[in-house]
Design a protein around this ligand. Structure first.
Ligand code: SDX
Length: 429
């Protein structure tokens, strides 16, 4: 017997069917509400509104739980590698050795980026933010791969998926090379997915100079990409879904997701955290002054890297990254004073009623920038690294939305403007 919720509007009662998920989450199905009662629901920022049913990622914000296709983020970060997790998110199961090898080979076969894309890149000023360049280049991919995805063909869908997984890291690396006015390399197809990204980013302009991989950096980046790979219906993923719901292509949808991720309230927070920590350091390291600013309603300053729409407990990714920050900086022999400032800020905030009462904890962005910095990745590239990590999640969610034949996204509104009035000739106004 399915559950029903009864609501009363102007004396009339309406029964709304309830939806219960595999983790016992409960929703009111309001698809018939307007037709029956004329009323809609209103929920700015969709804080209490589910946009879809999904089998990809489960979050429990109260308990600080994150699972990809049922596997805990802790296990995946410890035991899997990024390409395995990408396969899991997109196709629903961890790959066999054969499946992973084929996936990797198919990606490598697609990793050359059309030379004309370098002409597109040349059009940007060197001062352009890498996220703006990445979003544009990703959209430009459509020009060189005009066939939009026929989602009814598994083969077509698979081809588009391996194409974007192959080319996106190249474009991401090119955004750094552009900033540094350096030679643009394509992927070295003899090394791994993460290794080739690092090599394209940091290889010397003289190709004869060999690039030495640092295993600590490779392992740390692989783990960071896993931790960023998906996060159910966050702002950028919802953007990818809604753009894709108009049957726009996969590349165009991903490009829109990159733009949404760029915002400092979302993926751009990892850059904003480091800028905030640098400001605190330059100001003498007095964290209490910045805590006071964050609490002051008249001050627009927010404690970047703190708070989350869903997590009202520790973001499990932040726990893993905080531990990794100590390990990676230790292994690299990097002594970065802002790590201690970050820990001090966290400790002070977590003892302050303002943050405790609002359940504001460090999120995924609070410590990640400290690791990226220790790896020698420039601050403006932090959100690009987030995008490379989030790519499999965007793909998985877009594919699920299309395969489930979800309708085009078109929310309603409540109009609060002028009621009907007649036009007056200009001299009569
Ligand atoms: C990501 O959604 C996802 O899953 C995102 C993400 C992913 O993997 O895709 O996890 C990645 O985007 C992480 C979040 C990165 N952003 C930041 O670190 C920016 C700083 N954080 C905030 O701006 C804020 O916490 C948000 C945007 C993350 C969440 O905002 P909400 O859910 O809209 O909460 P809110 O703004 O309504 O805040 C509730 C209260 C308010 O105070 P009151 O009006 O109740 O008095 O908490 C306060 C806010 O002022 N508050 C903060 C704060 N975050 C919330 N006060 C100071 N500093 C902060 N960081």
């Amino acid at each position: 017997m399915s559950k029903v919720a009864t609501i009363k509007i102007d004396g009339k009662t309406y029964d709304l069917p309830m939806v219960v998920g595999t983790e016992k989450e409960v929703a009111l199905d309001i698809t018939q509400l307007r037709g029956q009662s004329g009323a809609i629901t209103l929920d700015p920022g969709y804080k209490n509104t589910g946009a879809c049913e999904s089998a990809i990622t489960f979050l429990d914000g109260e308990e600080g739980i994150l699972r990809y296709r049922g596997y805990s983020i802790e296990e995946l970060a410890e035991k899997a590698d990024f390409l395995e997790v990408a396969y899991l998110l997109i196709f629903g199961e961890l790959p066999t050795q054969t499946q992973l090898q084929k996936f990797n080979t198919d990606i490598l076969d697609q990793s050359i980026v059309n030379e004309d894309m370098k002409t597109v890149l040349k059009g940007f000023p060197q001062t352009a933010h890498p996220m703006g360049v990445l979003s544009s280049l990703t959209s430009a991919l459509t020009a060189f791969n005009p066939k939009s995805v026929n989602v009814d063909s598994e083969e077509d869908m698979y081809r588009a998926i391996v194409k974007i997984l192959a080319k996106f890291p190249v474009l991401a690396a090119w955004t750094l090379r552009k900033k540094n006015d350096q030679v643009l390399y394509n992927k070295d197809t003899n090394i791994g997915y993460v290794e080739s990204l690092l090599k394209m980013m940091f290889q010397d302009d003289n190709p004869k100079k060999s690039y030495r991989q640092n295993k600590v950096v490779v392992n740390a980046l692989d783990k960071l990409l896993i931790l960023h790979a998906d996060h159910e219906q966050n702002c950028s993923t919802s953007t990818v879904r809604i753009v894709g719901s108009s049957h726009a292509g996969l590349f165009a949808s991903i490009s829109a997701g990159v733009s949404a991720l760029w915002g400092p309230l979302h993926g751009g927070a990892n850059q904003a955290v480091i800028e905030m920590l640098e400001e605190i350091k330059a100001d003498g390291g007095d964290t209490s002054k910045f805590i006071a600013k964050a609490k002051d309603k008249d001050d627009p300053f927010r404690l970047m890297g703190f708070g989350h729409r869903v997590y009202k407990n520790f973001d499990p990714r932040a726990r893993i990254i905080k531990k990794a920050a100590d390990e990676v900086l230790g292994q690299l022999g990097v002594d970065d004073p802002i790590l201690e400032i970050a820990k001090g800020l966290e400790k002070t905030a977590l003892e302050d009623p303002y943050f405790v009462d609002r359940k504001l904890y460090p999120n995924v962005d609070f410590y990640s920038g400290i690791i990226y910095r220790a790896m020698g990745i420039p601050t403006e590239m932090f959100t690009v690294m987030f995008a490379v990590g989030r790519l499999p999640g965007w793909i998985a969610q877009w594919r699920e939305m299309r395969l489930r034949k979800e309708p085009i996204g078109r929310p309603r509104q409540i109009y609060i403007g002028e009621t009907k009035r007649s036009f007056k000739e200009i001299e009569k106004r």
